[in-house]
Design a protein. Structure first.
Length: 353
């Protein structure tokens, strides 16, 4: 087989198989029509045993493992190592998903526990066609950084109830800036979809048609307004982004350096004793974490009133929060629990007036 192209964000690739016989491919089904509770079959090669099929149902839709990955189907059809890349099919034998992950509480001996995840077929087909046409996947780009709604953010933007995502910075020169989006706008509707969360917003943006216009409904100072943005290719849009002369938001690396905190995932034996969260392994002297009183050996189990599950999850949410607001960490130390506040990392212009 020869590699034609790949899509790292979906963790899939397009291969060309050369053989002296014809292949009969499965057809793609419409994953938008998939419903929770419908029957599904997972096909793969678990543990190298050979071609295997398992039966289950679609347990849930729109599951997210990270902010950078599309929403996934959850299924209880048995998926094990060796099933990844295999299809999830419906009763007509159409591909409705590609198996990509499982949930296993035992990180040392991963096995199926009734929770598997599959990429929806419409996302896979879209990427497949784009790779064939352009050699790479094409994603929509708006040019915003956003936050999920929590009690502190709701207070700042005066939005006590309802769903949506809060803009905390707009990339200069981006479609978002040209459309008139501002920091602290609450995006409640994007195109024809109500915005459920920050991750949902980014999924909608990535799926937008490049070169097309999309309407965006926001709440600003308690009042609703609608604007139109022209979506561009994410690669081209990020390359064209200019530097804000009035003081840009700090980059992820600058935020991490300003905080000065190193953590690690908990080991299996630590988890078996009931611990959850991440363990602080180093606090750099003079940085924000040190000034806030964090110490090596602290167990961080919450961030802005949400549970922390892993180091990757912790840093993704910490970097998003620290650029816009004070971040509150829940810390356990020597059997006692503390709330530790990390101050917002200042913008460049605030550091260098």
């Amino acid at each position: 087989a020869h590699l034609i192209g790949q899509d790292p964000s979906l963790d899939i690739a397009v291969l060309r198989i050369e053989a002296d016989r014809e292949f009969e491919p499965l057809s793609f089904g419409d994953s938008d029509r998939v419903r929770t509770g419908q029957m599904a079959f997972a096909i793969g090669n678990p543990f190298g045993l050979g071609e295997t099929i398992t039966k289950g149902i679609i347990s849930a839709k729109e599951r997210s493992l990270s902010d950078t990955q599309r929403d996934l189907f959850q299924t209880d059809a048995a998926i094990n190592p060796g099933n990844s890349g295999g299809p999830l099919v419906n009763v007509q034998g159409q591909i409705i998903g590609i198996n990509v992950a499982i949930y296993s509480p035992d990180t040392q001996n991963r096995g199926f526990h009734g929770v598997g995840f599959s990429l929806p077929s419409n996302d896979v087909r879209e990427s497949f066609l784009q790779i064939l046409e352009r050699g790479r996947p094409v994603r929509g780009y708006l040019g915003v950084k956003a936050l999920d709604l929590n009690a502190e953010v709701r207070r700042i933007v005066n939005y006590p109830t309802g769903k949506g995502a809060v803009v905390f910075s707009v990339v200069p020169g981006s479609p978002a800036e040209q459309a008139g989006l501002r920091a602290e706008d609450v995006i409640v509707r994007y195109g024809n979809h109500d915005v459920e969360s920050r991750g949902h917003l980014f999924t909608l943006i990535q799926r937008s048609k490049v070169g097309g216009d999309v309407s965006i409904q926001v709440l600003r100072d308690g009042k609703g307004t609608t604007m139109t943005a022209s979506i561009v290719d994410s690669v081209e849009g990020q390359a064209a982004a200019r530097v804000d002369p009035e003081g840009r938001s700090p980059s992820d690396q600058e935020i991490a350096e300003a905080i000065g905190l190193k953590v690690r995932n908990l080991r299996t034996i630590e988890q078996r004793f009931g611990a959850s969260g991440v363990l602080v392994v180093e606090v750099l002297p003079g940085r924000l974490a040190d000034q806030s009183g964090l110490q090596a050996g602290d167990l961080i189990f919450g961030l802005n009133d949400r549970r922390v599950d892993s180091a990757g999850d912790f840093f993704a949410r910490l970097l998003a929060s620290a650029a816009a607001q004070q971040t509150v960490l829940m810390v356990r130390r020597s059997g006692s629990t503390y709330r530790v506040g990390l101050p917002r990392v200042p913008r460049t212009s605030e550091e260098n007036p």
